[in-house]
Design a protein around this ligand. Sequence first.
Ligand code: GLA
Length: 387
Amino acid sequence: MKERLLQKFNEIFGAGGNAGVYFAPGRVNLIGEHTDYNGGHVFPCALTLGTYAAVRKREDKTLRFYSMNYEHLGVITSSVEGLTKDKKDDWANYPKGVIWALNQRGYVIDRGIDILYFGNIPNSSGLSSSASLEVLTGYILKELFHFNLYMIELALICQYGENKFIGVNCGIMDQFAVAMGKKDHAIFLDTSNLTCEYAPVKLDHARIVIASSNKKRGLGDSKYNERRGECEKALKELQGAMDIAALGELSEEEFEAHKGAISDPLCRKRAKHAVYENQRTIKAVKALKAGNIQEFGQLMNASHISLRDDYEVTGMELDTLAKAAWEQKGVIGSRMTGAGFGGCTVSIVENDYIKSFIDAVGKTYEEKVGYKADFYVVDIGNGPARL
Ligand code: GLA
């Protein structure tokens, strides 16, 4: 991979001077969905799939970006100064946003770079190709410009760029999972204070299988912000009845006792998901630590049902994938992962049944939805690194 990238880099930007090659992972969230902006827990892990880049510092202030995934867009050029989001810069707005965010936080980038990217995360899959691209860029700049930055700070800066430069109001989960990834471990993150714990993911005779619905997110971003708004509204009304800062502070019992304070039934359902999903995540990590993988799987299934019925972010495609998965032999658990409205499901499938799982779920999906799903058997990998 390194050689391939360097060869292409020299072809695009010219040989001469040493380019460095770096990698940052994508992520999959095992459980804890739509809890990260509600002060709850999440349980994602970094993947060995991710984004690569070859990069070289320049003497002037020009930024030149190239992606092997979007070769038809050619080299995208910008200045390090006066960065603004520009529709014609397409995907390059993400790295631009990171440079902008670093500058905003006092980490000044005063020279340009030539940078070439290649990602092997399936497109629009909900496996955080954007957070991977952002954190990779941030990590490279931290190294090239010798910024004294902790990885958690870097994740927060990348999230800031996505919120303020790109305009997507995402939580911290994706950037955190990419920046803090650890091989064979998932990250149990409390988003109320950013403390985290690594939990070994020992699946013995099973693997993690991702099924991509190949449905583009489309209206996803606006719906995402709408769900955030509904949770905020519910929280405000609850705060009239009790002293809490976030929905993630509530147990199921406390929520049931006070839910009458939420006037809109729709907002009540959204808040119910946030509270119950957070508790499910805590229980799931406990089960995994105790070696009770079956219970972990049951909680994954319950998570999908709650995202389908109370949070309403699944849609026909993801429901078809999850339902077909539940019906297969050897499936320990299956649920949608990421924001929803398209993207992927994550399933834990016993090794002996992976092939029959992919065949059967793939067949049902194509019959019902009219086009194919893609499947990936994945491994949990480390955070960003220079190769
Ligand atoms: C997207 C966001 C995350 C998180 C998930 C839902 O991936 O970027 O912050 O909110 O959706 O759990």
